[in-house]
Design a protein around this ligand. Structure first.
Ligand code: PDD
Length: 286
């Protein structure tokens, strides 16, 4: 099956899909995006993701490019046309094309791109069974990380630096020495007494949808959740650590900056939460 991408009203084969050379997403990173998990042919937490998309658009002064029902129809079409049963949907909305000018165009039309990709469940389970390593690095990003923009160069640099050290994710550390979040995930630790700790939400981090759903799941299981920052050294000494994102759901962290976390293997609480996560999530037929 040839892959199909949605670009501005058209479903195109990859080699035929085009975005304008002066698209503001390309020129200025003037665009926002969402990543939604596809699980068993269903969209996971689509309502929360589309709520966040609308918020991100609002924060950069844009209106939704189409109704939510239309967007869900497009997403469903892309998922089905690509035969994605387990995988991801990427949805990007830019302010559209226009002569390269910092001023926002007054009559611009947004560019909408929807891509769906398969993700092997067995490869994911094998990764989760081993857990990942983390390296920490300075948070060099801007001060509005709560907006999910495509301005992802700092994340790319961090993830490549992490990969060069054999790590699966980077955790950013702010000027006070506190972990903000992962390059493309939220960061969590489990304290000695079994409480879950993740940084509180503000403009320095993205309010992860997986984070929000996991909070509900953990609360339903009677776990204590504390929203506060932690340092890399507290994380290294924690009982467990893990990350959350639409691409990883709950992924155990087994080492930070070369030091093992806990027993140096995936922890029981992370494992339990990974298994129960989808029971607390919203499923919508794609
Ligand atoms: N990234 N923090 C950052 C900086 C992220 O980029 C992401 C997600 C998250 C977790 O958010 P959520 O749980 O809604 O996926 C936190 C996506 C998966 C990506 O860019 O691929």
């Amino acid at each position: 099956m040839s892959r199909v991408v949605y670009v501005n009203g058209l479903y195109k084969r990859y080699d035929q899909a085009l975005v304008h050379a002066e698209d503001r997403g390309f020129q200025f990173a003037d665009a926002v995006y969402e990543v939604i998990e596809v699980n068993g042919g269903c969209l996971v937490d689509a309502t929360r993701h589309l709520d966040r998309l609308e918020r991100s658009l609002g924060e950069i002064g844009m209106l939704p490019p189409m109704s939510r029902a239309s967007l869900l129809t497009v997403i469903g079409n892309v998922v089905r046309r690509n035969g994605v049963y387990d995988g991801l949907v990427y949805l990007q909305v830019s302010r559209g094309a226009g002569p390269r000018d910092f001023a926002f165009p007054s009559n611009g039309r947004p560019t909408v791109v929807v891509i769906a990709r398969r993700q092997s469940r067995s490869a994911f389970l094998a990764k989760a069974a081993k857990g990942i390593s983390i390296v920490t690095m300075p948070d060099i990003r801007w001060r509005r990380c709560d907006i999910k923009t495509v301005m992802l160069l700092p994340a790319c640099l961090a993830k490549n630096a992490a990969a060069a050290k054999g790590a699966g994710e980077a955790w950013f550390v702010d000027e006070k020495g506190l972990v903000t979040e992962g390059a493309s995930s939220n960061a969590w630790i489990v304290t000695e007494d079994g409480a879950l700790v993740t940084r509180h939400l503000d403009e320095r981090i993205l309010g992860g949808i997986t984070r929000a759903t996991l909070k509900d799941v953990a609360a339903a299981e009677g776990l204590t959740i504390v929203e506060r920052p932690f340092t890399p050294s507290e994380a290294r000494r924690a009982r467990e650590a893990f990350i959350t994102s639409a691409t990883n759901t709950v992924m155990p962290v087994v080492a930070i900056d070369g030091d093992p976390v806990g027993a140096g293997k995936p922890g029981h609480i992370a494992e339990k939460l990974r298994l129960s996560f989808h029971h607390g999530a919203e499923f919508l037929d794609a």
